[in-house]
Design a protein. Sequence first.
Length: 366
Amino acid sequence: QLTSDTADEMLGLGPIEPLLKDDSITDIMINTHERVFIERRGMIEQTAIRFRDEAHLLRIINKIVSAIGRRVDESAPMADARLADGSRVNIAVRPVSVDGPLVSIRKFSKNPYSLERLMAFNSIRQPMIDMLRIAVQARKSILVSGGTGSGKTTLLNALSSYIPSKERLVTIEDAAELQLQQPHVGRLETRPPNVEGRGEIRQRELVKNALRMRPDRIIVGEVRGEEAFDMLQAMNTGHEGSMTTIHANTPRDAISRLEQMVGMAGMPMTNDSIRAQIASAIDIIVQTQRLSDGGRRVVSISEITGMEGNIIQLQEIYHYVRRDVAADGTIIGDFRATGVRPRFAAEAATLGLHFGKDAFNPQVAL
């Protein structure tokens, strides 16, 4: 054990190295040197792991940031980083972190999830997968909406697997997480400002640059601000079938947040024209949710059908209905079709893409 601990200290990240090697763990959260939490199968638990003292934890933090040419100290107390395996790291130290260093590590999945694999975790059903596959192949633009840790990026990655391999894709992310399997992919990543506050490269600049790279589709890891305007412009001008995610709790909330973000771009547009842009650019909204039992579900798939007056019209195709909670806290529920057939079904049929006979029958169990 001593030999193993020494090796972890010298070659790895000290006491958390075994956690990084454990594939059942998705997140590692260090709350000062005395408390280390993990997320496993959607549930958070405290571990027995400790750092010797705060100086020990700071040495590990400096090891992480120095590997990418960054530093963390009182003058620059927050940082984002990425481990060699692609895991995403966020760090905060004193004075902004009052009680001591905080470190959050979102582990990089070595085997990206497919929608079929997500179905095995009870996150989605086959008719829903078929609809999303056809939507991607028919070049429908998709917005994945959900809260923190609800599986938005996982779902976006799974959806991208249905994009034909002959297409050129450009991905734009704050921290590169997507694992697209196609051969023709260009990956762009933002850059934070240096210690002097210079050199920042924002997502909006990357979206604009991506448009000059002859992409068939653009995939933005998550829209958070003014880049939403450029993303919608791309979707409306020959880059149909593009995809992104947004932090929102319902499809309607996702639309409202998108409106606010487009407004941040400072363009002279009325609310009505912003909504018209959204209605024209986005075809499908997929809502994800992390439930109280730790499970992730696709709780709604909706289609934007246009404008009525100044209101964007949504029709829900599938939804998840909770029925009960088991004695062990497991959520019991059903995936159901609403009975509404998506408007793009006729267009998809002209491309040879057909839905099953009972795909949208609310009387048939999914």
